[in-house]
Design a protein around this ligand. Structure first.
Ligand code: NAI
Ligand SMILES: O=C1O[C@H](COP(=O)(O)O)[C@@H](O)[C@H](O)[C@H]1O
Length: 247
């Protein structure tokens, strides 16, 4: 069944991947601080996610929020991630609860667990023969302040689930690259997420029933150190792409 979905950060790369395949699948309300130049479905709200009033207005009548807006740079400075990624995320969750939204899907990141990639484990970790696997039950272990902000976003989601019963899915997105896996970048190949698998995974997050989930958002790559089993079990994720098929 089509759902009414608020998509924050709609003008960015992940938003573009989602809308490319799902424009006709749901009723969209799009939000970004930058206007969208391309054709887009639904209504577009130009607003900053730290603007409480604008966020509350945009949340009206919405079933599901996909929250992508934020500073995506792994080397982003603290003042930016504090404002855009932590404060902005709390504003979204608070407004979602107040508006009786059913589900919030939070764009977390591989960088929330980046420090598991120790000198001893790498580069073997990025290769198919290695069996080290993170499955989403491990503690966050960020390797930069951006990763700290994503771990904080997951905790904010946990709090709003436990305290208010909101369904929350945190997707630790790997490396979204259009058309083919990253070239000459083993780490990126191991965590490649194709555009169509990205759209499908977020569609499953919109449609599935769950309580609180942390899943990895990568394609079904032969080389992988993130398990996609929980995304399959809890959400019905069925990826079609594999970075090994593009060598
Ligand atoms: N692209 C990737 O491979 C990955 C992305 N992510 C996460 O997914 C989300 C989307 O990332 P991308 O699409 O790649 O980034 P992007 O930079 O292409 O898109 C982010 C969008 O959010 C908007 N935005 C930023 N701060 C905002 C604010 N305060 N208020 C309103 N809009 C704001 C920007 O204008 C931009 O259009 C981010 O939260 C990022 O951390 C996580 C892991 C990997
Ligand atoms: O969280 C993110 O991760 C991807 C992959 O990280 P990288 O350090 O291998 O580039 C990154 O491309 C994206 O911009 C970021 O938001």
């Amino acid at each position: 069944m089509a759902q009414s979905v608020l998509l924050t950060g709609a003008a960015g790369r992940v938003g573009t991947a989602i809308l490319a395949d799902l424009a006709d699948e749901h009723e969209w309300r799009l939000m970004d601080r930058d206007p969208m130049t391309d054709d887009h479905p639904g209504e577009f709200v130009v607003a900053d996610i730290t603007d409480e009033e604008a966020v509350r207005e945009a949340m009206d009548g919405v079933d599901v929020v996909i929250h992508l807006a934020g500073d995506p740079r792994p080397d982003a400075p603290w003042d930016s991630v504090l404002t855009n990624n932590i404060d902005g995320t709390q504003t979204i969750f608070e407004a979602a609860v107040d508006a009786d939204v059913e589900k919030v899907v939070f764009a977390s990141s591989n960088h929330a667990v980046g420090a598991y990639e120790t000198e001893e484990r790498t580069p073997d970790l990025y290769r198919a023969h290695d069996d080290y696997l993170l499955d989403g039950t491990e503690l966050p272990r960020p390797g930069n302040l951006y990763g700290v902000s994503k771990a904080a976003g997951e905790s904010i989601g946990r709090y709003y689930h436990d305290e208010f019963g909101l369904s929350v899915a945190c997707v630790r997105i790997g490396n979204l690259t259009e058309g083919h896996p990253p070239i000459d970048y083993e780490r990126g190949q191991a965590m490649w997420l194709s555009y169509r698998d990205c759209a499908h995974l977020f569609d499953r997050c919109i449609r599935a029933d769950y309580e609180f989930e942390i899943v990895y958002g990568i394609s079904d790559n032969d080389r992988k150190y993130y398990s996609i089993e929980r995304a399959k079990e809890a959400l019905g994720y069925e990826p079609q792409d594999n970075s090994a098929r593009h060598d």
